[in-house]
Write a protein that binds this ligand. Structure first.
Ligand code: CA
Length: 225
């Protein structure tokens, strides 16, 4: 895989470069945001790893600008502990996932595998998933509610697809972590709640009936009530 790593801390950059190269990945490094953005837009990468706090342009801004160019390259953001708002803004800016520093290299590899596997899942001939006036087309990656197209990020799409496939059934946070994030690491983060909120804003907020329901202490369920 061809990976762009945008990281200004030399120690972290060289540690990641060494580890990823050992995994036979081809890694380009940029140490500031503008260089990272320029490289991201002028090359074809299989994955971007963006630190958030960077000289010249933040990782968040790099992410946003890459997405405005209509690129669907998987983006993994790195954030420092405690930058919760930045984490959420990163996901909102179109990142597919984030890791909180410091992290174990094995966890980074697990995240990378999950992101890339999802991207390479080929088109299927499956029919629409449907609940009330919400439809999701797994093959064409399209979501509509009441006939209006809804734009979702890759991760939001995966979460909605999982919930719709299990409609009527209560799924726990652990189920979602394992099936959508493909990890059993619970970093103690509120990532799932954050994504459920993103989905609610896009899929439920301006429509009735509400389809995404929280069952306190148990998880989530999609159904028409
Ligand atoms: Ca940094």
């Amino acid at each position: 895989m061809k990976i762009l790593l945008v990281e200004d801390e030399p120690k972290v950059a060289s540690f990641l470069h060494k580890g990823l190269t050992e995994q036979t990945h081809n890694v380009d490094i940029a140490t500031d945001g503008l260089t990272g953005l320029r490289l991201a837009l002028s090359n074809s990468y299989d994955l971007l790893i963006l630190d958030n706090l960077l000289p010249s342009l933040s990782g968040l801004e790099v992410c946003r600008q890459v997405r405005t160019q209509n690129s669907s390259v998987p983006i993994l953001m790195l954030t420092a502990l405690g930058e919760t708002d930045d984490k959420i803004r990163g996901l909102d800016a179109g990142a597919d996932d984030y890791l909180v520093k410091p992290f174990a290299f094995q966890e980074l590899l697990a995240r990378i595998r999950a992101l890339v596997r999802r991207r390479h899942e080929g088109p299927t001939t499956e029919t629409l998933l449907r609940l009330a006036d919400l439809t999701l087309d797994p093959a064409r990656k399209l979501v509509q509610r009441a006939g209006q197209p809804i734009q979702l990020t890759a991760r939001e799409f995966a979460l909605l697809e999982y919930l719709l496939r299990n409609q009527g059934r209560v799924v726990s946070r652990v189920d979602i972590l394992e099936q959508v994030w493909e990890t059993s690491f619970d970093t103690g983060s509120n990532v799932i709640d954050v994504y459920i909120n993103f989905l609610r804003k896009k899929v439920d907020k301006d429509f009735t009936p509400k389809l995404i329901h929280t069952l306190v202490g148990m998880g989530y369920v999609m159904r028409e009530e």
